[in-house]
Ligand binder design. Structure first.
Ligand SMILES: C[S@@+](CC[C@H](N)C(=O)[O-])C[C@H]1O[C@@H](n2cnc3c(N)ncnc32)[C@H](O)[C@@H]1O
Length: 398
């Protein structure tokens, strides 16, 4: 344990200095986690895990009551004195004893601070909880996934512990009668929360074009202004295209944003971007683009549907010119970060989706007649960028 503490001290020194990097940051978090496990008794570890669900339920309720906003306002407007449980009760209409019980969990989670009994002060996490990633993310993901996750063990038992492979028979279909995108489409408020959460998760770096050398696409791109340079398929409200046009105003040709018609209808009009309602379950209507870009799309779907999305795209590709660019997790074979491993179970639950390893990506793309021409990885634990092109007939090993 002491050698772990030593390693943590060295990494912490780097984290606080100019030597800080995404890699040292990720290593530091991994080490801290190892240290915690080394300190905890096995029973303490198990109890920590068993009592995670009530933490999420308490958090969802606090978000519902908009308490983080009240704590933040009081901390910045009252000379840093914070807000009492009595005041929170008066402002939210919740019973004071309930507020105290919920806020015990929030302070223990580190989402705000309490220096005196029943008084709450904001910290940097409180501020983030009032932004879309916290406020909209917690509400949307809780409501979308929790009913299914509570019944996932029963679903798997009933289905003989087979790995879910059919979107139409996903755990969420079994539990609530719809998978994620139909569920969202029926609930305008949740669709809005989802869109806002997706955009907020994409704020900051790295962008896909920081990881992937875009010159690979620009070098031989058709310079004609009518030629399509890139289509962001399932691009939601176009947050990635917006950043691309901002950071790379020099790109040749047209940029197109595609998503389900209901999503495009709610999307803002972006400068230099054409919106188009389209389902990737149908053949791609835009022929011969330089790049067909998919971010966080394939992890939502099982192999059979991913295969269909790929062949629908390939039907429009110019085999010697077009490329498919995929940004998604590529799971390492060992020591998969907990976030990615947990997201895999989440994707499995809400649509029989999968977070894939490099081997699984190669096999999926090869089955559709594509070969991977490169994989670029960004920060540890973040998504990678995969470039693929149609295989020549002689390369087809099937
Ligand atoms: C996980 S989000 C990813 C959004 C965006 N690419 C990103 O990474 O921020 C999946 C997106 O796929 C869209 N989508 C779902 N089914 C679709 C379909 N059949 N055709 C086109 N888009 C679809 C959703 O509306 C949503 O915007």
């Amino acid at each position: 344990m002491l050698s772990l503490v030593d390693d943590i001290r060295k990494l912490a020194e780097m984290e606080c200095s100019d030597l800080q990097s995404p890699t040292t940051h990720a290593q530091l978090l991994t080490m801290v986690n190892k240290l915690r496990l080394a300190i905890e008794t096995p029973t303490e570890t198990i109890l920590r895990l068993i009592y995670q669900p009530p933490q999420n339920a308490a958090l969802r309720t606090v978000v519902d009551l908009d308490i983080f906003k009240l704590v933040l306002e009081a901390s910045s407007t009252k000379g840093g004195k914070g807000i009492s449980a009595t005041e929170l009760a008066a402002r939210t209409g919740a019973e004071k004893t309930l507020v105290v019980r919920l806020m015990r969990v929030m302070t223990a989670l580190g989402l705000c601070t309490s220096l005196e009994p029943e008084v709450y002060l904001a910290n940097d996490k409180t501020a983030t909880m009032t932004k879309p990633i916290g406020r909209d993310g917690v509400s949307c993901i809780y409501d979308l996934t929790l009913p299914t996750l509570t019944q996932l063990p029963e679903y798997l038992r009933e289905h003989g512990y087979a790995d879910p492979k059919e979107y139409s028979r996903s755990p969420m279909q079994w539990v609530v009668g719809e998978s994620q995108f139909e569920w969202l489409a029926q609930r305008k408020d949740h669709q809005t929360l989802f869109n806002s959460y997706m955009s907020s998760r994409r704020e900051g770096k790295p962008n896909w074009f920081d990881i992937y050398p875009v010159e690979r696409l620009t070098e031989c791109a058709n310079p004609h202004p009518e030629a399509v340079f890139l289509i962001d398929i399932g691009g939601n409200h176009g947050h990635d295209l917006q950043k691309l046009t901002h950071c790379r105003p020099d790109l040749p040709g047209r940029l197109i944003l595609q998503d389900l018609p209901k999503v495009i209808a709610l999307a803002p009009q972006l400068d230099g971007v054409e919106g188009m309602g389209y389902s990737f379950l149908d053949p791609q209507p835009v022929k011969g683009a330089r790049a067909y870009f998919f971010r966080s799309i394939f992890h939502d779907w099982p192999d059979r549907i991913c295969h269909k999305i790929l062949t629908n795209t390939m039907s429009a590709m110019d085999p010697s010119y077009s490329r498919i660019i995929i940004m998604d997790h590529v799971l390492p074979d060992v020591d998969t970060p907990l976030l990615q491993a947990a997201m895999d179970i989440q994707m499995m639950s809400i649509g029989a989706g999968v977070e894939r390893s490099e081997l699984q990506w190669r096999s999926l793309l090869r089955s559709a007649g594509l070969k991977i021409t490169g994989i670029w990885s960004g920060n540890p634990g973040m998504e990678s960028v995969i470039e693929a092109v149609p295989m020549a007939e002689s390369e087809d090993t099937f």
